[in-house]
Design a protein around this ligand. Sequence first.
Ligand SMILES: CC(C)(COP(=O)(O)OP(=O)(O)OC[C@H]1O[C@@H](n2cnc3c(N)ncnc32)[C@H](O)[C@@H]1OP(=O)(O)O)[C@@H](O)C(=O)NCCC(=O)NCCS
Length: 178
Amino acid sequence: MEPDDKVTLRPLIKSVDMLLVQRWLGDDKATEYFSPYLRRNWLEEIEQDKGVHFIIDLKSGIPKMVKVFPVGLCTIREIMDDGSDGTLVILIGNHVHRRKGIGTEAIKQLIDYAFNNLGLHRVTSYIFHENYPSLRMHEKLGFRFEGRMLEKILKNGERHNIIIVSMLAKEWRNSRSI
Ligand SMILES: CC(C)(COP(=O)(O)OP(=O)(O)OC[C@H]1O[C@@H](n2cnc3c(N)ncnc32)[C@H](O)[C@@H]1OP(=O)(O)O)[C@@H](O)C(=O)NCCC(=O)NCCS
């Protein structure tokens, strides 16, 4: 990301964004740390308007020559009816846009939305044990390690541990006011 670049979230528009989203979620490399279950369910949930889905846009360039292009997708899913909890998922679709701070900026905005707009009490992320970038991103933002589900996911013949991390609304607000 260049110094003038800006990351924004906008609501996913199925008629506009679905092809791109299908391409991202169909890419084995981009989704190497997703369970087959998540890939399938994420698409189904978008189709069925379950959960809250955003496209991550990157605005880049100098004033008057600003380009805006979609670089990823992020979602709050499994939102509990009583507002107790929601699950975060994020995907920067193309590798060239990774490791530039875009994921961190996007998930901050997603968390703000979860707490300020949906009024959730907490958010949870489930992360493959091998997914260092995602673990690091959550750690940097102050998420709490809650546990490890041993050999929870079977993928390509191998079993993977899943790390659970969470953040409470009050903790997020405190960390933002520092
Ligand atoms: C996880 C993901 C969203 C992170 O987004 P990103 O824009 O690449 O991450 P950021 O640039 O904001 O980096 C976050 C931190 O992780 C580190 N990081 C990111 N990618 C890394 C890599 N490949 N190797 C080592 N560190 C990495 C960054 O250096 C940064 O830590 P730092 O500030 O201490 O340097 C992105 O890698 C992605 O879409 N992965 C595939 C989907 C996925 O795994 N989603 C999460 C499911 S829970």
